[in-house]
Design a protein around this ligand. Sequence first.
Ligand SMILES: [Mg+2]
Length: 459
Amino acid sequence: MVKDPGRLVEIDVVDLRFPTSRSLDGSDAMHPDPDYSAAYVVLRTDIGDGLEGHGFAFTLGRGNEICVQAIRSLWPLLKGLVVDEVLADLGTVTRRLTSDSQLRWLGPEKGVVALATAALVNAMWDLRAKRAGLPLWKLLCGLSPEALVAEVDWRYLSDALTPDQALDLLRVRVPGKAAQEARLMESGLPAYTTSAGWLGYSDETVRARARDAVRDGFTYLKVKVGADLDDDIRRCAALREEIGPDRRLMIDANQRWDVGQAVEWIGHLARFDLHWVEEPTSPDDVLGLRAIREAVHPIGIAGGEHVQNRVVFKQLLAGSALDFCQIDACRVAGVGENIAILLLAARYGVPVCPHAGGVGLCEMVVHLAAFDAIAVRGEDPDRVVEYVDHLHEHFLDPVVVARGNYRLPDRPGYSTEIRPETLSRFRFPDGAYWAEDRGVSGQPGAATTTDADLEGAPT
Ligand SMILES: [Mg+2]
């Protein structure tokens, strides 16, 4: 009798929400009240080795349930597939998810259906790395150039980068990979902190957190701007005073401005010696970003956390609209699409500075940044990875940042696994936290959509 191969048999999907809006953690000019949330997937097999894949997409609260449903809608495309075949060819499986003849109408390759794809693909990569007994970054670094190129969906890219050109980029790194890995194990990856400068924080909090960051060894800090120019000038002045002239200061407008307004506003803040301006306008506006970039030079333009797929990244990079490429672990179609974006950034010589403002994003992007530093772009003095110090305690393998540098993870997997007690406590709306919240206040929880909640929300 032929033994049945192990198959993907089941997923749990959890609507997980943290009440971060209550402390204004994560607040910015467009998102004043985020509840950091995850549409969280646990992927199970019938192999019996106890290994599960964990992945998620990040959202800000309301609407997380739509992402959860989209994951459930995609799951039939994976259910019953043979585990070994899936994990050996995640490029093909990812394309299966992005190419479904009916579901693709919801995107294609953008919006909620793309977030849901990211959650599932990330879970599959987590499972692959766990079964290999390696942290994800090390698994990726151990793949041959040919194997990495096979993970990429090359549709729509050939005018900017071909598979053969990508192979050339990757082969250049092969002889130096071991030495670079050893160096990074020693030094870590440079991090910057956003935790001093959320828009909802008082000036006193901003100053205190900046002093903490300097004491902790950070040499880059980022502050949210874009709601009120006088406030921005005052906060940038305070931050520059706290961090001194030699540390780098970045600002993030979270898409707040039109092009002309951005140029004018940035002009008022340029005196604070800005390293970059992040998302000054719409993330889709390639021409606008390029115009701003040309006008505010030598201040750099950063973006990418809301860029929906590799095709838009191609335009931003080939079109000279970005100085810093901010990949996101959960917005595009998971690891494979991020490999494509890392290759495009390397092709155009743009440093990759991953976005990590959210729950679990720090845990994930450190893997992608390490892979980039070892096997794709290699050494780059401008690579700096975002760090926010929220919610790490909920992860089984939380990031470690010491003296302003990420340590490389050493546990097998993608560091995506959330503690079971967290899943039961913060599951929305019936987890213990949200149930207690309703009981105590007699009102719906902060993440429940009501007309009152929507008042004052950005439009
Ligand atoms: Mg940002």
